[in-house]
Design a protein around this ligand. Structure first.
Ligand SMILES: C[S@@+](CC[C@H](N)C(=O)[O-])C[C@H]1O[C@@H](n2cnc3c(N)ncnc32)[C@H](O)[C@@H]1O
Length: 355
């Protein structure tokens, strides 16, 4: 599978004059475009139709190279992917836009992002603005754990660079770290923001280039069976339906591939997740004047939910419990002491589909 399949429209047999002369032009501009895209880190294939029948030749090239953005259409044609009805898509687009407007207002108000490349290059270990160092310290611990305990067995089993989707990539720090580790990440998000969304990923491109794709995780522009790993880093809890989201990633993973859920809140009991959700919305309402609840994101997992997803979608879960320090470990006791709901766990979940 490639990111881009290039072609051109110099079809020699469509031009009688050229057939008489029989001096076909080499497709120099197309070759140049391919070289530029490759330099930017895209995987590119080129179909030169000058001496071929353009339609059948192009269809064969599509089947051979499976460019990423053609995948949903092709899969839908083959009946392999759920097709969202047009009316529903329009409704989703307006809801999503409202969600993004609220979301980005909050993120900017929280002081996320910087104009300085050094800020992005230091993540997740340091927030050089100093504004949200506590949060990044936790994120860095999760990432270190991932690097030391979760990725090595997958890497060993594969023996080659992994094709990894970084879903809900935000500013793309994880894609950058995975690319430095020798993998082939694709950063995917619905947010293009230059401080906190995909456009912020430009700070990494000169160091190690990777594709950034504006798409949502329920409708991925990826071919079936094209991923080794999918990682939802602090993102899957924005889903409005875990079954739909995970069914889509099942389509995109190769047999034996796995998905990872990192830095999403997990509770033992559903009522504690619901309580956290209400508290968050009230806090947003009090601070920003809106509850940021237009998308109806689920916002958490609970143990019963995980068991149900496992049963219905044929997922085998492996649960990793990183150590975030004593202060973190004491939070449940402190909450009980103060008569508050238990805090969320930030376990790392690795899921594999058995069906
Ligand atoms: C809290 S941020 C996490 C960003 C990044 N993964 C990180 O670890 O810093 C959640 C991200 O999920 C994205 N997101 C939310 N819903 C999404 C969806 N349906 N499809 C793709 N991305 C989504 C948001 O735009 C946002 O960038």
């Amino acid at each position: 599978m490639v990111d881009v399949l290039l072609t051109h429209s110099n079809h020699l047999y469509s031009d009688r004059k050229q057939v008489r002369k029989m001096e076909p032009y080499p497709p120099l501009q197309t070759l140049l475009a391919a070289a530029c895209l490759r330099r930017e880190g895209y995987q590119v294939a080129l179909f030169d139709p000058a001496l071929e029948r353009p339609e059948t030749g192009f269809e064969q090239a599509l089947a051979r190279h499976r460019p990423a953005s053609c995948a949903p259409a092709a899969a839908a044609r083959a009946g392999g992917s759920p097709v969202v009805p047009a009316g529903e898509k329009v409704m989703l687009a307006t809801t999503r836009q409202r969600f993004l407007d609220d979301y980005i207002k909050i993120r900017h108000a929280e002081g996320r992002g910087s104009q300085d490349s050094a800020y992005y290059l230091a993540l997740p270990y340091r927030d050089i603005t100093g504004r949200l160092q506590d949060q990044w310290t936790i994120r860095a611990k999760s990432y270190r754990y991932l690097e030391r305990h979760v990725l090595p067995p997958i890497e060993k089993q594969s023996g080659r660079p992994l094709r990894i989707a970084d879903l809900g990539a935000g500013n793309c720090w994880l894609s950058y770290r995975l690319a430095l580790r020798g993998h082939q990440p694709i950063a995917i998000d619905i947010l293009g923001d230059p401080l906190d969304g995909l456009a912020a990923g430009r700070h990494y491109q000169a160091h190690t280039a990777f594709p950034r794709v504006n798409a949502e995780f329920d409708d991925l522009p990826l071919a079936a069976g094209s991923l080794d790993v999918a990682s939802y880093n602090a993102s899957i809890h924005y889903s409005t339906g875990y079954r739909r989201t995970l069914t889509e990633i099942r389509r995109c993973l190769r047999p034996g591939g796995c998905f990872l859920i990192v830095d999403s809140p997990i509770y033992q009991r559903r009522e504690h997740g619901e309580l956290m959700r209400r508290e968050r919305h009230q806090q947003f309402q009090a601070t920003y004047g809106f509850a940021s609840d237009t998308l109806e994101s689920i916002e958490y997992f609970d143990t019963e939910m995980l068991a149900g997803l496992g049963r219905d979608l044929g997922i085998v879960w492996k649960v990793y419990r990183p150590w975030y320090g004593w202060q973190w470990a004491l939070r449940p006791y402190q909450a009980r002491w103060r008569g508050k709901r238990p805090p969320a766990n930030f376990w790392i979940l690795a899921g594999r589909f058995t069906t």
